[in-house]
Write a protein that binds this ligand. Structure first.
Ligand SMILES: Nc1ncnc2c1ncn2[C@@H]1O[C@H](COP(=O)(O)OP(=O)(O)OP(=O)(O)O)[C@@H](O)[C@H]1O
Ligand SMILES: [Mg+2]
Length: 351
């Protein structure tokens, strides 16, 4: 036991385009961001949360830790994508122990996978709004195969996975930490390279969470087939917004068609909210992930949903170690840092 040394971990968000690491410490100034770093990985190594090349990913994690001088071995990671299902369900009122006994049975009808293939977890929220004899429970099911893949990946990188979070929860966690939300309804949406997490909050609780297979990589794929180039080159063309291989107009058309799809998917989720809670209104949509940077998407989403759209600031309530971190870098990376920051403030011992 080391006196004065608090249990401590690094938040590690293993994205399909970039891996992010954040180190947060408790100091006299409150939560202090000590370190935030990222490393890019090649397209195709991770897809929608599934790790296709564990050696390459673990090598990237090692490199990230070395380059950023991260010494801590305990990490918190998160999983998302199609192998994770989070659902709010209602069950007969019972104790937590009783629910432990029956959760497999309760969950079966909600999970599209074989129940023996998933790790189940739950959190009791309290009495159901619809029926006083029932309670609301958040059910989490993650494919065992995928969770095991992540745990062995972390081991392969020489680290220890203390906490396995879920992307949509991490997003909610960082939102709550920075925004101290009142009784307000918001949509949290993280659009990464290959997956999107949606989390609709009614007041302080989540009423809808879903991960879908949409992401900025779709734009790269379309550019790559349009101009017949590699995905890496397509990404360059997308980010520089110019190329002699594709006209500005065609490029705009490609981006437009992809973000229109995203808007339809988001509208479907919002429609679900409005049909369940017709009296309520979602006040704002808070975007994160690389997709949040796309101005045209933000504009279209605001028009189509008639809702205010903004980009998350995941660093707002942290003090920042200025000797190590540059403000303009943090500003630029902010949307992509949201999930990682949500994981980084988990504590050892958290569920
Ligand atoms: N200004 C921008 N315009 C268009 N796309 C952008 C912009 N900035 C970032 N992106 C895209 O965002 C993606 C990276 O975002 P992010 O870091 O959130 O993804 P990730 O976490 O690695 O992926 P995932 O969570 O889906 O596995 C890349 O596809 C990148 O091209
Ligand atoms: Mg991501």
């Amino acid at each position: 036991m080391f006196f004065g040394k608090k249990p401590h971990l690094i938040g590690l968000d293993i994205g399909s385009r970039s891996i992010k690491a954040a180190e947060v410490a408790e100091t006299k100034k409150g939560r202090t961001l000590k370190n935030f770093s990222t490393i890019d990985i090649e397209p195709g190594i991770i897809e929608e949360g599934a790790i296709k090349d564990p050696e390459a990913v673990s090598a990237a994690i090692r490199e990230l830790f070395k380059a950023s001088k991260l010494k801590e071995q305990n990490v918190a990671i998160s999983v998302g994508g199609y192998s994770v299902i989070v659902k709010k369900i209602n069950v007969k009122t019972m104790t937590e122990d009783e629910l432990h006994e029956t959760i497999h049975f309760e969950a079966e009808q909600y999970i599209p996978f074989d129940i023996s293939d998933v790790n189940l977890d739950f959190q009791i929220l309290g009495e159901s709004e619809q029926n006083p004899n029932q309670m609301s429970v958040i059910l989490v099911a993650a494919k065992k195969e995928m969770v095991n893949e992540y745990v062995s990946l972390i081991q392969m990188a020489g680290l220890n996975a203390c906490i396995i979070d879920v992307d949509a929860f991490a997003l909610q966690n960082i939102f709550e930490f920075n925004y101290a939300p009142e009784e307000e309804n918001v949509a949290l949406i993280d659009i990464g390279a290959s997956k999107t997490s949606l989390n609709l909050l009614k007041g302080n609780s989540s009423v809808f969470m879903r991960d879908v297979s949409l992401g900025c990589g779709q734009i790269n794929e379309k550019i790559s087939s349009f101009v017949d180039c590699s995905l890496a080159e397509a990404e360059e063309i997308k980010l520089s917004e110019q190329s002699d291989k594709v006209s500005a107009e065609d490029l705009k058309g490609i981006v437009s068609s992809v973000v229109t799809d995203w808007c339809s998917e988001i509208k479907r989720a919002l429609d679900f909210f409005y049909s369940s809670y017709p009296e309520d209104q979602i006040k704002r949509i808070i975007l994160s992930g690389g997709g949040a940077n796309i101005k045209e998407f933000r504009k279209l989403l605001a028009e189509e949903t008639a809702t205010a759209v903004e980009i998350i600031n995941p660093f707002g309530n942290f003090s920042v170690d200025n000797s190590r971190l540059d403000h303009s870098y943090l500003e630029q990376i902010a949307p992509q840092a949201a999930i990682c920051m949500g994981i980084a403030i988990r504590k050892i011992g958290d569920k």
